[in-house]
Write a protein that binds this ligand. Structure first.
Ligand code: TTP
Ligand code: MG
Length: 600
């Protein structure tokens, strides 16, 4: 299982973002403490350099003696510079390493989380938006930890260390050098709020763009077939324009903020230099003190200037963090909990009682459904499109939870089984099968968690009437499917999906319109092969052709979410009803076709 150990982010989800950050950094806090400490030492060595400068100017340079002391002092400068450089390097590199690790864990976690969200959540959310959150937002969080978290430490420490050193030099001058601090802080906090909002709007719009792009690329055939390029391009341009506007708003906030903060800090710096010079001229402070002050005050102003930048950048990181946390906050599907999971597997008897189910409250798609299947029996579902057939079978693996009534598997309600367990017992060929951009072999072996032999894969392909087709490809089973390889026909895709499910060897087999895209001949070949495989397992067949459902032990005819007729083929043929009407309609079409063919 790919869950990142010791990294349960669910616990990091808190309404308080500071608390979330604290929890996210679990396991890395020591390294951060060390990185900050190293940063502090670097600041101390920098301040010491200026104190040494003062000593040099006042005691050596002005004294005019070129003794050995000069060389010792020179060594001192080199040593302090080396120390400062090394500690800065260690601090940065450990923070960066931690941030990379943290981002990797976060990305893994978000991916794992995405895989485990419920069907309902995925039905409702847009792929582009999810991609945005697991890539660009995670990256902003990484920058937060690699740059901004450490920057915050650097700013505070540089400020504090240099301020203390300045107080030690000459305290009135130190006080005069921080006059603009309150103004800069207030200004930064004000812009923080504005930038957060603007950036959030910007990211939202970027998600819209990703979604449009992703959807149009997946649906490029539809766009082309309906010659809608111009419309779609215009639509994209519109969205893109909006993105541009929002980006501009974000930038204009920056362009207002930076000059103001630069001017303030510039005035502070020049004012300090000027005041210091006056004090030096009238002899209140020594020349050495003045030079040391001039060097240090730059490192006092630097944090002030960067405080604004930090706060603005942080707001970006925090918005992204919030977006990632919002995703993590969504409940995962509980795959493991459940009291009933017999090791020997299930027999496959299913009883449905007074089942009612809806996707949207007030619009039931299944109503009052009851029927029973014994282990190994075949049930067929027949009915008009939208009558609820797929919805019914999707309840069996607990893709969705029903609201009223019961579904029992071997006499135990399916909610008692862990979802994971249930899904191992049930094989479903989806109505619109999806294949991965991998080889055909990998696609067929997808559902089996162990190594499978070529023979097993071939046998499954044979049962799906697919083996010969695959062999006719130059690369055989190693043919790549999808984006990087061949495009399979609808019928071929469906048969890969059938083979994939057969290889899983489930106790309960669900074929949701699994042969709708294959010709009658291939269908009967599959049906024959399936006939053998269906013998030992409970099977649900959804089909529109009477021939596919005739063999069933129980046929359920559905209409508008209800079962309107039930029985075997023979029983249903006895009564006047939908079933017999469909039968005679299909029979008539076939005889007409035969007549026509004979006429040729
Ligand atoms: P389905 O169960 O998909 O109907 P069906 O399988 O019988 O139809 P078909 O033969 O075309 O495959 O849908 C039943 C109703 O439920 C339909 O009105 C659409 C609605 N529905 C949702 O609202 N949300 C969903 O996610 C699905 C799958 C269906
Ligand atoms: Mg369906």
């Amino acid at each position: 299982m790919a869950v990142v150990t010791g990294f349960d982010l669910k616990g990091a989800v808190s309404d308080n973002r500071v608390a979330s950050i604290w929890k996210l950094a679990t396991g890395y806090r020591n390294v951060y403490a060390w990185a900050t400490f190293a940063m502090g030492l670097a600041a101390v060595f920098k301040a010491l350099t200026y104190l040494l400068l003062r000593y040099f100017v006042d005691n050596v340079l002005i004294g005019g003696q070129l003794t050995q002391t000069v060389f010792i002092i020179a060594l001192g400068f080199v040593g302090l510079a080396l120390l400062e450089g090394s500690f800065t390097f260690f601090s940065r590199s450990s923070a960066a390493r931690v941030a990379e690790n943290l981002a990797r864990n976060l990305r893994d976690y978000v991916y794992d989380h995405l895989m485990r969200l419920t069907y309902t959540y995925h039905d409702k959310s847009q792929t582009g938006e999810l991609i945005q959150r697991s890539t660009s937002d995670v990256d902003a969080v990484r920058r937060f930890f690699s740059d901004q978290a450490i920057m915050a430490g650097r700013i505070v420490l540089l400020f504090v260390v240099n301020f203390i050193a300045l107080v030690y030099l000459y305290w009135p001058l130190a006080l005069a050098s921080v006059v603009v601090v309150p103004i800069v802080v207030v200004l930064s906090v004000y812009f923080f709020g504005r930038v957060s909002d603007a950036y959030e709007h910007f990211q939202d719009q970027e998600a819209v763009l990703s979604t449009t792009l992703q959807e149009n690329l997946s649906g490029i055939r539809v766009v082309k077939a309906f010659a809608r390029h111009d419309y779609e391009t215009d639509k994209f341009e519109g969205d893109n324009w909006e993105q541009f506007e929002r980006g501009k708003r974000l930038l204009s906030l920056h362009s207002v903020f930076w000059p103001i903060s630069d001017i303030l800090c510039g005035i502070q710096l020049v004012g300090g230099f000027f005041l210091g010079a006056l004090l030096a001229i009238n002899g209140t402070i020594t020349v050495g003190t003045y030079l040391a002050y001039a060097g240090m005050v730059i490192w006092l102003i630097w944090p002030m200037r960067n405080l604004g930048r930090l706060i603005v950048d942080m707001s970006v990181g925090l918005v992204s963090l919030q977006r990632v946390l919002d995703l993590i906050r969504v409940d995962k599907e509980d795959l493991e909990t459940g009291s009933h999971a017999p090791a020997e597997g299930v027999a496959g008897g299913i009883r449905v009682e007074n089942l009612t189910f809806w996707y949207e409250e007030g619009h039931p798609v299944l109503q009052d459904i009851s029927f029973e299947v014994k282990p190994g029996e075949v049930v067929a579902l027949l009915g008009s499109t939208g009558s609820g057939k797929s919805s019914l079978v999707n309840l069996l693996p607990r893709f969705y939870d029903y609201q009223e009534g019961h579904i029992y598997l071997d006499g135990v309600e399916i909610t008692e089984y862990p979802r994971h367990y249930l899904r191992k017992q049930i094989g479903i060929v989806e109505q619109e099968p999806f294949l991965f951009s991998r080889t055909i072999r990998e696609n067929i072996a997808f559902g089996v968690g162990r190594h499978v032999t070529d023979e097993e894969v071939h046998a499954a392909a044979r049962a799906a009437a697919l083996h010969d087709v695959i062999e006719s490809f130059p690369e055989g089973y190693n043919t790549l499917v999808g984006e990087r390889g061949v495009t399979l026909s609808g019928g071929q895709k469906q048969r890969v999906a059938v083979a994939r499910t057969l290889l899983k060897d489930p106790r309960i087999l669900i074929l949701d319109d699994a042969t709708s895209s294959v010709d009658t001949e291939t269908e009967s070949a599959i049906r024959e092969a399936l006939g053998r495989l269906m013998e030992q397992r409970t099977t649900f067949i959804i089909a529109h052709r009477i021939q596919s459902v005739m063999i069933a032990d129980l046929i359920l005819v559905m209409d508008k979410g209800r079962i309107v007729q039930r029985g075997t083929h023979d029983e249903l043929m006895q009564v006047d009803g939908i079933y017999r009407r469909i039968y005679s309609m299909q029979a008539r079409i076939e005889t007409d076709l035969e007549k026509e063919l004979q006429g040729v």
